[in-house]
Write a protein that binds this ligand. Sequence first.
Ligand SMILES: [Ca+2]
Ligand SMILES: [Ca+2]
Ligand SMILES: [Ca+2]
Length: 449
Amino acid sequence: MTGLRFAAAMLAASAALVAQDAVDASLLGGGGTVHDASNNAFGLPVPFLSAAERRAFAVGNSFFKQNWVIAPSSTAGRDGLGPLFNARSCSSCHFRDGRSQPPIEGDVDRSGLLIRIGVRQPDGPDLPHPRYGGQIQDVAVPGVKPEAAVRIRTAAVSGRYGDGEPFELRAPTYELTELGYGELGDDAVLGARVAPQMIGLGLLEAIPAAAILAREDADDRDGDGVSGRAHRLGERLGRFGWKATQATVESQAAAAFVNDVGITSALEPDEALSPLQHEQLTFASGGAPEIGSRSFDRVVFYSRTLAVPAQRDAEEPQVRRGEQLFGAFGCAMCHVPEQHTGPVEWHPGFAGHTIRPFTDLLLHDLGEALADGKRDGDAAPAEWRTAPLWGIGLVPVVNGHTRYLHDGRARDLAEAILWHGGEAAASKERFRAAPRDDRAALLAFLRSL
Ligand SMILES: [Ca+2]
Ligand SMILES: [Ca+2]
Ligand SMILES: [Ca+2]
């Protein structure tokens, strides 16, 4: 085939793909979509896996769910928990591959909310805390002190919609009690994060870097008030985590194993201990590394291949109206409805999908009210990655709660919007000022995703 004819064939093929997707925009994950709105909706593999890959997915699933145990143990393949940790398994935070819930006010938290910690520098990213490292682990193996317990307090923030209807938001503050390794010091900064749902991560990883960079407008040259920028991590782009601190699912999984569960891997061979803890603590290791690369790779494969549930009720008039308003209110400027995936080296099936993740994967300044003082990498305290909105309407079904935003402070979808400020202030304001029926339509659209 000549180059030209090949190009024409490719064009025809991609036109066919676009035409097919255009018929059904409810396939939010393109060919990686599943039709399931049950409480297992976040836990299914993309439909295009081979039989062998489905087995790898199942093995990854079992490692994601299994409880790690203290070393030494007769079950050598799954020991090495801790010495400091937050949870015994991935799924205790990502329950049913979904999203965790922050504790109720006054509760002393034992999971569901992760507290990052650091020491502020005048310029550049926070340094790890000399006593507590980069994260507070609130559980420990016997004979080792946990780092702290987390206490949440909230203060009311009241406001009114344009038509006079009142609303009340809850602004959280966090306090660490029962400190196990001494004082925090005045320059310590804390950042609270809930665990997001695990769907569509391989598809997000397959969006070409060039497509993400093409949407950057760091200095807002087009003057529309929105100025997203990519989180650059050396040569790579940050895509995962609430501040896009991880470039790949693989690096995120390795960080989760070592920081959240205390399991070392080839990518993260050292336990997550501060210099002070390295000096003080003695504990048994579960091997070097504690999770072998075969098992680790299965967890990464699993995490990359979780499918995206299809949109529900897309043809309902109220949902369609809400979708129009999503554009009219400017939500789609950041929550970009449509993206296209390109090739990735770890699986041929992830390329060529038209997906509807509702994110640009860029960092945006969402205002002081959402800033918690923590600077992760290059992301300033007020900067957050546009959260993907696919699957957001199924969080109550899968996880039994309606807590949104990076720290779960929003108690429903309307509150999540009302917290938007900074670059999203004008967009939020259009929602706040809109008539009740329009607000209801926008929320119905979000619930359909
Ligand atoms: Ca360990
Ligand atoms: Ca720590
Ligand atoms: Ca702009």
